[in-house]
Structure formats: structure tokens, C-alpha cells
Design a protein around this ligand. Structure first.
Ligand SMILES: Cc1ncc(COP(=O)(O)O)c(C=O)c1O
Length: 508
């Protein structure tokens, strides 16, 4: 086959149809046939199959390449649609969005400029407007799709930083230069917020002390009183709080910071309020919308449709209350988006983005809303939140486990408790072992995290197909693996105590 025959165009449309049908068929088989979320393959088992492939020697034929892909990827992939995948914030995806994905890559619009996307730009803008309205950000709101929550948080904090600098410069008789302001900038966020806040601070050139960690209460929500105290301290020390970051759905606990109280404090002090709703944004379409009350007062909001809107990666957006603030990322290039285009109201999304070439991810959400509707998405999210509440009951009543907090969203942080007294170190060890053993078996995938210095396990429920029975089965598996490890460790310790001097190996 000539190289030209691989280009997608008017003459190859049939080849494209056949190739995709073949590929989709293989994936459909895998999805239908997955009897566990993972095979348990290890990096060392899989690596030779991948590195052994000679990339200088193409197969030429899609069917042969798909056969090969079976061995290096499809067979051993981690399947999020499986009901016993309970680990990270990965959702099963809805079919309308996958349909969108197929359209996106074949048409291949780039959403940086109107002249590379046309209707794509308008669709993205309409979805941003829709999201801003769901949040309640007001008529001056705007935003942009991004690659994920990390990028959305980075962009929001970039805007907050530049707004803070602009205000300092505006309000000073002898304005300091930006490099003099940066070391004084602070971001206040809870101790449970996502690590992308700290990463953003570094990328934005702030000092090592820039992110101030505000303590949480026992439900892992930011203490508003502690935030107030930190704001006072910053004022006394002549520091500039460039943003308060509230989290609506912390990664580990799904806890939602007290948004109205935080909004009051920000409003009083004239501070930018960012809400990281990467996880909690599903509430925007759920019957639990009230849990986000206060989000409408934010200056910026992160939403990850690829977490709680059942969208394939990537699908995220950053929204701002005041579209003018997006001007901090507006740069003009003669070849791409000259200023005269903005003057002529030509909609170039690159003017609002920190990316240039950008996928038309918005299309997935568009088809989702047009085919199943926002209510349908909300019902799916509500189901997983309901399931987490039921699973909390299971854990709370099970003496084999300790659970940290009642979930507001759909995560559960818990640990196996040895039936007879055991050191914290041993409890840590058996829990970590249980997670690893489960992963190696492939029967279920759960996550782990650290709470107050101790190792815990975590379920992130994002699959409405995960039943309470699935959860009960996984808990039994955790207890089995942990219990076995505990017995082995104790037997080893007993043997060591009985014979403290290890026998000298006999010379052969
Ligand atoms: C609260 C929160 N914010 C931001 C992020 C980062 O999102 P992403 O992985 O899409 O970059 C996460 C990821 O888990 C998150 O839980």
C-alpha cells in the first residue's frame, strides 16, 4: 500500500471506514469480555513485548497492527468500565462522547482559531456559556476548554497572579516591578487540596512559601476560621494573598470546602476566589446541586468533565467570572491571530488559552448533552454518590475496617484493622500489601493514600455499574489478603523470637 493510501481523504474514505470498524470491533470485544479490571501483568513481564518491536519495520496492515496491539496493550490494559475498578478518578465513558471522539480525530479541527475550526469554536463557546450558567457566574463569564484539572488550575492561578500584580501596580504611587511582587504572593488552600496548586505556584514563579496550607476539620473540609486567621496573618506580614483556592470535591475524601463562608472572606478582603471543582462538577447536573452553593461567587472555577461527566480524557474547562481577566493570556501572532481579527470580532479561542493547537474536546460533551442530556449525566453521578453512601454503611458496620469520613461525593477512605492489637507500622504494611496483592491478582483495583501519617485504602466510585455486592466482595478480598499477610508477618516474628540467632550458612 502506498503511503498516500494512508492519508484520510476523499479517495480513502472507504479504507478509513473499514479500518475503524475493525478497530472498534476489537475494542468492543475486549470491553464485552473483560472479566476483571486488570490482568495483573507486571512492568517487567510486559516491557520486553513492547521494546522488542522494531519501529523501523512497519506491518503495513491495520489488522496485523491490531493483532500486535492486543499483545502490548489491549489484553493488559486497565479497564475502567469494569465494576471492580475502584481506584482513581477515572470514569467509565458514555457512548455519545466516544462517538464524539471518533469525529474529533477524523475531522481534526484545531480550536485555536476560527479559520481552523469554524463551528467547532461556536460549539465550544456555547458549552462554556452553558457551564457558566449552571455555575451561576453571571453574564460577563467566559472560559476555555483545557487538557485537565491541572491545566485549568494553572490557568486560573495565572490569571489570579496577574490580577493581583495589576492591582498592586494600580494602587501604588511608586509601583513595584513584578519580580518584586512575586515573592510576596500567597495562595491559601486547604491541606486536602490537589497537588496541582503547589505545582502551579512553582510554574508561576512564586516563592517556595507561596502555598499556605489551611487546616481542615474532621470531615476534611477547610476550616473557615483558620482561613480567616491566615488572611489576618498575611495582612499583618504585608503579604499579598493572590487567591484562595477552595476545593469542591477533594481528591481523597470528596469533601467540599465551605464555599459560602470562603466567598464571604474573599469578598470582604477583595481576594480572588478559585474553586477547584474538578471532581465535584458532576453536582452541577445532579439532584445534589445545593452542595455547590457558593460556587457562583467564585472568580474562577475548574471543572473536569472527564471525572464526573463520564467523558473520555481529556475534557476539562476553566471558567472565569469576568471575561476581561482572560486578557492576561492574550498574545497576538501575525501569522495566526493578529489583533485586527479581535477588533473585527473574529472568535479566536487561542486568545483565551495557554495552549495554541487544541483538540476539539468540547464535541464529546456536546454530543453527550444532545443525545442523553444533562439530566442523564446527573442521574449517573447521583447513582455513584448514592452507592458511596451505602458502602459507607457497610464499612462503618464491619469490624474488620475503619473508615475515615462519611462521603459527600463518591470516595471512601478506609483501612483494614487487625483483629488483635498490632502496631501502626504492621497495620500500614498489611494494608499496603492488600492493595498490591489485589492489583497483582487483577480481581479489583483500589487506591491507597496517607491520612495523618498512616496508610489507608481508597475506593473512588465513579461507575454506576458497581453494585454494593461488588463492593462487599472487594472488601472480603482486601480482608483476606491483609489477614494472610498479617499471619505471615506474625509467624515470621514468632520464629525470629524463638531463634534470634540466624543459623550460619553451612559451608558447602
Ligand atoms: C480536586 C482535583 N483537582 C485537580 C485535579 C487534576 O486533574 P487532572 O488529572 O485532570 O489534571 C484532580 C485530579 O485528580 C483533582 O482531584
Amino acid at each position: 500500500m502506498s503511503s498516500r493510501a494512508h492519508l484520510l481523504n476523499d479517495r480513502t474514505a472507504e479504507h478509513y471506514r473499514r479500518s475503524l470498524t475493525e478497530g472498534v470491533g476489537r475494542v468492543a470485544e475486549k470491553i464485552a469480555g473483560a472479566d476483571r479490571p486488570f490482568t495483573g501483568v507486571t512492568p517487567s513481564q510486559l516491557a520486553p513485548a513492547v521494546s522488542g518491536i522494531d519501529l523501523e519495520d512497519p506491518l503495513g496492515d491495520p489488522a496485523a497492527a491490531l493483532d500486535e496491539l492486543e499483545n502490548v496493550y489491549l489484553r493488559d490494559a486497565v479497564y475502567f468500565h469494569h465494576p471492580r475498578y475502584l481506584a482513581h478518578l477515572n470514569c467509565p465513558v458514555v457512548i455519545p462522547a466516544v462517538l464524539g471522539e471518533a469525529v474529533i480525530s477524523a475531522v481534526n479541527s484545531s480550536l485555536d482559531t476560527w479559520d481552523q475550526s469554524a463551528g467547532g469554536t461556536l460549539i465550544e463557546r456555547h458549552l462554556i456559556r452553558w457551564t457558566a450558567d449552571r455555575i451561576g457566574l453571571g453574564t460577563a463569564a467566559d472560559g476555555i476548554f483545557t487538557s485537565g484539572g491541572t491545566q485549568s488550575n494553572l490557568q486560573a492561578l495565572l490569571l489570579a497572579r496577574d490580577e493581583a500584580c495589576r492591582l498592586v501596580e494600580k494602587n501604588s504611587t511608586t509601583p513595584p516591578r513584578k519580580p518584586e511582587i512575586l515573592p510576596r504572593l500567597r495562595i491559601l488552600t486547604s491541606e486536602c487540596s490537589h497537588f496541582s496548586i503547589e505545582k502551579s505556584a512553582t510554574l508561576l514563579g512564586l516563592g517556595p512559601e507561596a502555598v499556605v496550607s489551611v487546616p481542615c476539620d474532621s470531615d476534611r473540609k477547610m476550616r473557615a476560621s483558620a482561613l480567616a486567621a491566615e488572611l489576618d496573618r498575611c495582612e499583618r506580614e504585608d503579604l499579598i494573598v493572590m487567591a484562595v483556592v477552595a476545593t469542591a470535591g477533594t481528591t481523597d475524601f470528596g469533601s467540599i470546602d465551605p464555599l459560602p463562608a470562603i466567598a464571604d472572606l474573599c469578598e470582604r478582603a477583595g481576594i480572588w476566589m478559585h474553586v477547584d471543582a474538578a471532581y465535584g462538577c458532576g453536582l452541577l447536573v445532579s439532584r445534589r446541586r445545593h452542595l455547590l452553593t457558593g460556587i457562583e461567587r467564585a472568580d474562577s472555577v475548574t471543572v473536569d468533565y472527564h471525572k464526573s461527566f463520564f467523558q473520555p480524557v481529556s475534557s476539562s474547562a476553566v471558567l472565569v467570572r469576568d471575561q476581561a481577566t482572560l486578557g492576561h493570556v492574550t498574545y497576538h501572532a501575525d501569522y495566526l491571530n493578529p489583533a485586527r481579527m479581535a477588533e473585527n470580532a473574529i472568535p479566536n479561542q487561542v486568545d483565551k488559552s495557554i495552549q495554541t493547537t487544541r483538540r476539539f474536546d468540547a464535541l464529546k460533551l456536546w454530543l453527550t448533552l444532545r443525545i442523553m442530556g444533562a439530566k442523564g449525566v446527573g442521574e449517573l453521578f447521583d447513582e455513584v454518590v448514592d452507592r458511596a453512601a451505602d458502602a459507607y454503611g457497610l464499612l462503618r458496620d464491619d469490624p474488620r475496617f475503619e473508615v475515615v469520613t462519611r462521603p459527600q461525593l463518591s470516595t471512601l477512605v478506609f483501612r483494614y484493622l487487625p483483629p488483635s492489637p498490632a502496631s501502626q507500622a504492621l497495620t500500614d504494611e498489611v494494608n499496603l500489601h492488600a492493595r498490591q496483592a489485589l492489583f497483582a491478582s487483577g480481581e479489583a483495583v483500589v487506591a491507597s493514600t496517607v491520612v495523618d501519617g498512616r496508610h489507608y485504602l481508597k475506593f473512588t466510585l465513579l461507575n454506576p455499574e458497581t453494585s454494593l455486592e461488588d463492593i462487599a466482595i472487594v472488601l472480603d478480598l482486601v480482608a483476606e489478603h491483609a489477614g494472610r499477610c498479617l499471619t505471615e508477618r506474625r509467624e515470621a516474628l514468632d520464629a525470629q523470637r524463638a531463634d534470634p540467632e540466624p543459623a550460619h550458612p553451612r559451608a558447602s
